[in-house]
Write a protein that binds this ligand. Sequence first.
Ligand SMILES: [Zn+2]
Length: 68
Amino acid sequence: MGMEKCPKCGSTEIDKGKITSTSLSPMYVSAKQKMFSKTPRIEVFLCLQCEYLESYTDPETARKNING
Ligand SMILES: [Zn+2]
């Protein structure tokens, strides 16, 4: 899963990574989920040709958070 080809410029020179900060990695938090739900990590794909950035996260975890 993820970006294998850049949808913007068509390049396949894609680097996989994650969004990070100095301490904890930021996570996707659904507006519908409860406060202490488990938050899925974000995976990020960067096109090394045109700087396009695409991010993915785990929809299963998000769905569980929404539905309880
Ligand atoms: Zn690109």
